[in-house]
Design a protein around this ligand. Structure first.
Ligand SMILES: [Zn+2]
Length: 144
């Protein structure tokens, strides 16, 4: 794979938890409703758990009801690459981190407006970078 960050299998195994390794490097899928972020509403930037590259913004996160964190779009289009996935009987579109080539999840075209896309991402492939300074009064306030 032609990526900015290349590590050996052993290096990835050393750096990642076994669950992360399974998802990120073996293209696994964590069980729905078990991950850290599917029900997370905190503001911040979701980074790749393998390389730290910025992938998704909390602004693009929405309630999909699937049990996995879901986003309408990547933080920047260049953050991810899309690949045709024929692992199962249906053809799906796999989402990978552009920097390190790690598997993140899949994208489907049944998402909400305006993009109509649903990036269905494994929690353990993400690392939420919460802003350090924030007004506590805004914490649970209404969102526009
Ligand atoms: Zn990455």
């Amino acid at each position: 794979m032609d990526t900015e960050i290349t590590k050996t299998d052993q290096e990835w195994r050393n750096e990642l938890t076994s669950g992360q390794y399974h998802v990120l490097r073996e293209r696994g899928t964590e069980r729905a409703f078990t991950g850290e972020y599917w029900d997370c509403h905190d503001d911040g930037r979701y980074r790749c758990a393998a390389c730290g590259g910025e992938l998704f913004a909390s602004d693009a996160k929405f309630e999909s009801g699937t049990g996995w964190p879901s986003f309408t779009e990547p933080a920047v289009a260049e953050a991810v690459t899309l690949h045709r996935d024929r692992t199962f009987l249906t053809v799906r579109t796999e989402v990978r981190c552009r920097r390190c080539g790690s598997h993140l999840g899949h994208v489907f075209d049944d998402g909400p407006r305006p993009t109509g896309q649903r990036y269905c991402i494994n929690s353990c492939a993400l690392d939420l970078d919460r802003p350090r300074h924030r007004d506590p009064a805004e914490r649970d306030g209404p969102r526009s």
